[in-house]
Design a protein around this ligand. Structure first.
Ligand code: CA
Length: 524
């Protein structure tokens, strides 16, 4: 595969001088560029950082994602990018609006995105960008702010998917959509490439290419059916986590890797799985779990293989069209996901694997090749980043920070040292309790308040409130809740103060929920 290697040593923008007519806020990090950069924002669905070889996680000696890795080699890899609410619809809404779920109205999977609100594609479009989104949308209302869209209805299908193209009356049903023959990851790329090639040449572009994979049910392309076939994939060290020294929430949750769940979620290859079930059911429970993990992780990684190939096709096009130099390429996922860590799959919890988004960014004009960033960055930061590069004012309602100075290797003095997280959809899926919390560079404090409140789709059955505290320096796998350890009493106090400060800062104060305030007063 031909690739231009960027041997960039110069070219970091001067940055500090703000001479535009825009507000101070707009000029937080740098000046307007002479030629606004193109943006190619590639986002997968449920792609864990551990399943990208550049992250050097527990799978890295076995998996290869050379095309995604190229973005790390030629750009910057972020080790601590976090989602603010670890499920699909809310993360997508936060990315578009630069706001927390309680501000953009998408707190749960059941919420419909208010498409009249401000989004970064809308603002870029007004400023003269050609904007497009292809692939997964999952926000229910019609995409707005895009010159072109062609999106999957709902979750979409892996094989022969329907897509709804701009111009067709917007419906969530499939009647009005067009069916494409083939594998969804290839099809999304085909459409994206066709429209990249045919875009108006006189405008900068912002293309959002959103893959459906590797979301469950992990239906891989038939051509990858034999990938990893004869290999035993490594297990995470806590696959057999027994949840001792933890709260009740993780014990209560049902997203556990075991034979029944794995076979159920993976029923798409049903005819083969009846045989597998017969075989597995004869094994002792521990061995069943091992086999179930292998079935799950291999299907997952085969889906990832298609994504990586298709990222390669997009990058090849940028090279061929001489666009690589002035295009910001982002690869990320709407959230992280457990790949057997704690014996879990899926996401939702505020644990590391669930909240960590992979983030790799290439922009030769400003990013040093092979650079690594360890700062806390969030899904609400993308919108301001792109507006910053377009030289546009940042709306005061946006709650993130532009990543541009981090791209340039210049961490601002006031960069955040902590992040606020909240999962609203109480017990709706896998029985995960509603919770919020704070993660700093070293600690994580989680408050499982266990109430549905007024969140759409939440189950109206409370769970007992509880706390978890993890010392990520001494316990990176989050195996020991030290909330009740007297040695951490002062840390708990400080974190609670900071957590309340973040709740005020992001205007998520819970004033309208007396039942929650009551619980908080009892056990804070
Ligand atoms: Ca997702």
């Amino acid at each position: 595969m031909k690739r231009r290697q960027f041997c960039k040593t110069l070219g970091i923008a001067a940055g500090a001088l703000c001479t535009s007519v825009f507000s101070n806020n707009a000029c937080k990090s740098s000046s307007r560029m002479k030629q606004p950069p193109n943006i190619l924002f590639i986002m997968a669905d449920d792609h864990a950082a551990a399943a990208i070889s550049a992250y050097k996680g527990f799978l890295s000696s076995f998996i290869r994602t050379p095309n995604i890795d190229l973005l790390a080699k030629e750009g910057m890899l972020f080790k601590n990018c976090f989602v603010t609410n670890s499920i699909c619809t809310p993360s997508r809404a936060s990315i578009l609006t630069g706001k927390y779920s309680h501000k953009n109205g998408c707190r749960t999977l059941n919420d419909v995105f208010d498409n009249t609100q401000l989004t970064f594609p809308k603002l870029l479009q007004k400023a003269g960008y050609y904007t497009a989104i292809i692939g997964k949308w999952h926000l229910k209302s019609e995409p707005t702010g895009f010159d072109y869209y062609n999106v999957l209805p709902g979750q979409g299908r892996y094989f022969d998917p329907h897509l709804i193209e701009k111009g067709i009356p917007w419906q969530r049903g499939r009647k009005e959509s067009k069916q494409y023959k083939g594998y969804v990851t290839d099809i999304i790329t085909d459409i994206a490439l066709e429209h990249l090639k045919n875009r108006p040449q006189n405008k900068p572009f912002c293309f959002l290419v959103h893959y459906k994979a590797p979301h469950d049910m992990w239906e891989y392309d038939k051509k990858h059916a034999h990938l990893y076939e004869d290999i035993e994939i490594p297990e995470p060290e806590n696959l057999f986590d027994d949840y001792q020294n933890r709260g009740e929430a993780i014990k209560r949750a049902t997203q556990k890797i075991d034979m029944e769940e794995t076979l159920f979620l993976h029923k798409t290859q049903g005819h083969q799985f009846d045989n597998v079930r017969a075989k597995l059911s004869k094994l002792p429970p521990r061995e069943q779990k091992r086999r179930a993990y292998q079935i799950f992780i291999k299907a997952y990684l085969r889906c990832v293989a298609s994504i990586d190939e298709n990222v390669g096709r997009l990058l090849d096009y940028l090279d061929e069209a001489n666009l690589a130099e002035n295009t910001i390429v982002v690869y990320t996922s709407d959230q992280g996901v457990f790949l057997g860590e704690h014996g879990l799959f899926d996401k939702r919890f505020m644990y590391e694997e669930s909240i960590r988004m992979p983030l790799l960014v290439r922009f030769p004009k400003e990013i040093e090749p092979g650079s690594i960033n360890n700062d806390i960055v969030l899904n609400i930061d993308f919108a301001e980043t792109f507006l910053d590069y377009a030289g546009l004012p940042i709306p005061s309602e946006m709650q993130g920070q532009s990543l541009r100075p981090l791209f340039q290797g210049k961490k601002p003095k006031n960069w955040r040292n902590s992040m606020y997280y909240r999962y609203w959809m109480h017990r709706a899926h896998f029985n995960v309790a509603a919770h919020y919390g704070i993660r700093t560079n070293r600690y994580k404090l989680i408050f499982y308040y266990g109430l549905p409140l007024d969140a759409n789709g939440a189950i109206p059955e409370p769970t007992p409130p509880e706390w978890e505290l993890f010392d990520l320096e001494n316990d990176p796998n989050e195996m020991r809740n030290v909330y009740h350890d007297p040695a951490y009493a002062n840390i708990v106090k400080q974190l609670k103060t900071e957590l309340l400060h973040l709740k005020v800062k992001f205007d998520d104060k819970d004033d309208k929920y007396p039942e929650l305030i009551k619980i908080r007063n009892q056990i804070w």
